[in-house]
Design a protein. Structure first.
Length: 319
């Protein structure tokens, strides 16, 4: 009876390296970012444009109209002050109502603007109220009008202070307008740059996936070819072993039986399933008399396996 080590059965499915998911994850992430970044930046752009269209532009327009109305008020009041023309007084009073209407339109917009703009509006409103309050007596009668001429210089000072506050207020709104437009343009540029970068990353990820897929396909094909060759070789070996008249067994390095041909099963008196996994020493020397029995570590056959050497002949008796 001949013993042999178990043959290599060829690669199994576990021998095929698993594909790393990083490339697929990378391309999915790039595609999600390519879709998500424009949404986020578009929202940012929309918020800036909404602030411009709904708050800053109307506030800018109302502030300019307010300054124009105050200039016309000064002209009509001076006309009335110098000539006593009742029509000029009526126009001045109508302009006061127009200023009040503009202020009421401006107040809701100021509530949606930052604190600095709201604080700057207060000195403007205060200066306007102080200037108009000084005109109240002059509008009552001709005597009061003539007496007010002596206060013309002080009235001019109050008017210039109101104009200064109006100019500072308009400049602040204009600065907010330019900042909002700049932020919107920066967001557009950032959106463009990120889109280009993400598109390039997605393209690189696609190429990486293609390369990895091609490499993986080659590995799988090679492994399948090796497996088919190994299976074919195994079939050929098994056919030879079954056809031989000798008992042939395959064992591992621990001396446990892995395979056995039909002749070996008949010689040992065990079926292949019954014998598989059992110690070769126990199978061969199960019926040895006590005087001829020996321990597994003294078994000449197992000694050959432990030494991992080739033996053409082993002196041992099978019982």
């Amino acid at each position: 009876m001949e013993t042999r080590r178990a043959p290599y059965r060829g690669p199994t499915p576990l021998d095929v390296p698993e594909a790393r998911p990083w490339a697929l994850f990378f391309i999915v992430l790039a595609i999600l970012a390519l879709a998500g970044v424009p949404i986020i930046t578009s929202r940012e752009i929309a918020e800036e444009e909404r602030a411009i269209g709904e708050v800053l532009e109307p506030a800018q327009r109302f502030a300019a109209d307010l300054a124009l109305v105050q200039t016309r008020q000064m002209l009509r009041f001076r006309e009335y002050l110098l000539t006593g023309d009742v029509e000029a007084r009526v126009r001045y009073q109508n302009l006061l109502s127009e200023e009040e209407s503009l202020r009421e339109d401006l107040l809701p917009l100021l509530e949606r603007m930052d604190v600095d703009v709201r604080q700057q509006a207060l000195p403007l409103f205060d200066a306007s109220w102080e200037w108009h309050l000084g005109h109240r007596d002059a509008l009552g009668s001709d005597t009061a009008r003539v007496a007010f001429l002596e206060q013309a210089e002080a009235d001019q000072t109050r008017y210039e202070r109101m104009l200064l506050n109006s100019r500072v207020f308009r400049d602040l709104i204009n600065a907010r307008m330019e900042a909002a437009r700049g932020a919107a343009e920066d967001a557009r540029q950032r959106q463009l740059q990120l889109t280009i970068a993400l598109f390039a990353l997605a393209l690189l990820a696609t190429v990486a996936v293609a390369v990895v897929g091609r490499r993986l396909r080659g590995i799988i094909d090679e492994a399948n070819l090796r497996r088919r060759d190994a299976v074919r070789a195994r079939w050929e070996i098994d056919a030879v072993l079954e056809a031989t008249g000798d008992g042939v067994m395959g064992v591992d390095l621990d001396g446990r039986l892995l395979t056995i041909n039909a002749t070996g099963s008949r010689l040992l008196g065990y079926g292949e399933e019954e014998a598989r996994g059992r110690s070769l020493h126990d199978l061969l020397h199960d019926g040895a008399p006590e005087s001829r029995s020996h321990a597994p570590e003294d078994c000449p056959i197992l000694q050959v396996l432990r030494e991992k050497d080739r033996a053409e002949r082993v002196d041992d008796v099978v019982w």
